[in-house]
Design a protein around this ligand. Sequence first.
Ligand code: 13P
Ligand code: SF4
Length: 349
Amino acid sequence: MSATLMYEKMKEKLSRVVPDAELRYKAELADRILELKKERNAVILAHNYMEPALYYSVPDITGDSLELSRKAAQTDADVIVFCGVRFMAETAKILSPEKTVLLPASKAGCSLAASITAEDVRNLKAQFPGVPVVTYVNCYADVKAETDICCTSSNAAMVVESLDSEQVIFLPDEYLAKNVARETGKTIIFPSKTPQARFDELNYQFIGWHGKCEVHERFTVEDIENARRQFPDVIVLAHPECPPEVVEAADFSGSTTAMVKYVQENKAERYLLLTECSMGDNIAAENPDKEMVRMCSIRCPHMNQITMEDTLAALEKMQYVIDVPEEIRVRAFDAVNRMLAIGPGGARD
Ligand code: 13P
Ligand code: SF4
């Protein structure tokens, strides 16, 4: 495809969302990325949080964490360019060790992944022997390696129920754990906030950790009330990494792809998305007849590291290569693979 054709294609979708000068410039970048992608026999996976010009031009596959994990396991390309954050690229490497996995930015972290270490998990296992460990995929490979099974925001309750265990250690997102505990009718404790001597007196099924997403923890019930006051017909969608009182006050909660599908399939005219703000632009581009009520101050600084310029540089210079030591990878693989074996996967509807 030429840069001109690419520009026309992007304009069709993005003329209301991205300024024209930016579209022309990014269409040229996209054209060069597509050429190199072919040359390198690469596939580009992009998370739903990527900025609109990138999201609607170069990826072969877009989706939420679970969908991208599944696709990373299935591709037969030599190279995977992961337009997302480091833990997602690591998951791709865990599933496809024979492929070269590139992350276009040298850092692109995640506050949840940074909240817990492998040693923290080993300490919890020693404190609660025999209790299975479920870890949200938003963590690094060495943490996954200490885990019985991973989950994502779209299958967390299903994963917990599949274990058939009285108790589970659910790490590291405090709010996702509280939301899943509420959904499955379980009680949760946080060992770091509870004296060990009191454990025996308490009745609990979930053992949680205090990690938080620095984006989703910022949404409040007041945000919802203000939006409803101004737009009484607004439908509120909250990601399950939001605080439990926010999820409770929303009309719907689900993974990023579940939110995309909800807006696509619903007839309502107005939506408030309590999640990373680029996704609001991506949904607005796809649904010109629907209004996304903007609260767009909240962009994930880590997802924001991934630009089209960096994606081109990743393919030109074959950077930044993601490696996972084999001894960690094989154990992390079991945890991710057990998750992939459960249920139909994909977004909850
Ligand atoms: P999803 O799996 O819902 O896409 O979430 C990933 C994420 O990082 C949300 O902040
Ligand atoms: Fe991590 Fe939150 Fe950014 Fe997702 S949005 S990558 S959970 S910091």
